[in-house]
Design a protein around this ligand. Structure first.
Ligand code: U5P
Length: 212
């Protein structure tokens, strides 16, 4: 699995305010979107494109457009929704599918409680969005779900990742048979005993949308 840490000063700057516990929800939402746009730029370096002809006011030339089938963006509900706008801003013609994963706070195991995705993902490049890669359980289950439907190129995008989650992804997806990559804003120190990323930024869903 290819892991890319997008270490850019603007990313580190936005992450600083996301981590700060004094940052309120409206500011957190805006920053998460902005950070996602910067990560999207990195994550789409290998997006599939094809040439087509245009004319400038001066001369004909060859440009590029996104290939068909268009990429699919899959935010993992609920926290991944906070990253969606930041991604579609750069890929407005992509399609969007939804996957609801919830983890049991005691066992830390993830279950799929909702999905709205095309049945057949063959030939699709898929971008899976979740702000936090902690144990990796939710992301691994989400990616397995997409692989079963035929996705043939998967990029996971997270604001933060724990080394434990990356290791779990590498082990669980070693036999995926298709390219899987992770793009993240930072690899933090570790997980604590209740599965939170340290230093992290807390519960991303709660900070985006409140405790419900
Ligand atoms: N999560 C957080 N903050 C953390 C750790 C986990 O918000 O510090 C939430 C995220 O919402 C993410 C899920 O969707 O838990 C990932 O957990 P896991 O399945 O990787 O353990």
């Amino acid at each position: 699995m290819r892991v890319h840490v997008a270490d850019h000063p603007l990313i580190a700057h936005k992450l600083t305010y996301l981590r700060d516990k004094r940052t309120d929800s409206p500011t957190f939402r805006r920053l998460a979107e902005e950070l996602m746009t910067l990560l999207a730029y990195e994550a789409t370096r290998d997006v599939r494109v094809e040439p087509f002809e245009i004319e400038t006011p001066v001369a004909p030339t060859t440009g590029i457009k996104l290939s068909n089938p268009k990429p699919l963006i899959v935010p993992i509900l609920r926290a991944g929704l906070g990253m969606l706008e930041g991604m579609v801003r750069l890929l407005p013609s992509a399609e969007v599918g939804f996957l609801g994963m919830q983890r049991n706070e005691e066992t830390l195991e993830a279950i799929t409680y909702a999905n709205r995705l095309p049945d057949d993902l063959s030939g699709r490049q898929v971008y899976v969005l979740d702000p936090m890669l902690a144990t990796g359980g939710s992301m691994i289950d989400a990616i397995r779900f997409l692989l079963e439907r035929g996705a043939d190129d998967i990029t996971a995008v997270t604001l933060l990742a724990a080394p434990e989650g990356i290791a779990a992804m590498e082990t669980a997806l070693a036999d995926a048979g298709v390219p899987v990559q992770l793009v993240t804003g930072s690899i933090d120190e570790r997980l604590n005993e209740v599965g939170y990323i340290v230093p992290g930024l807390g519960d991303a869903g709660d900070r985006l949308y409140g405790v419900v």
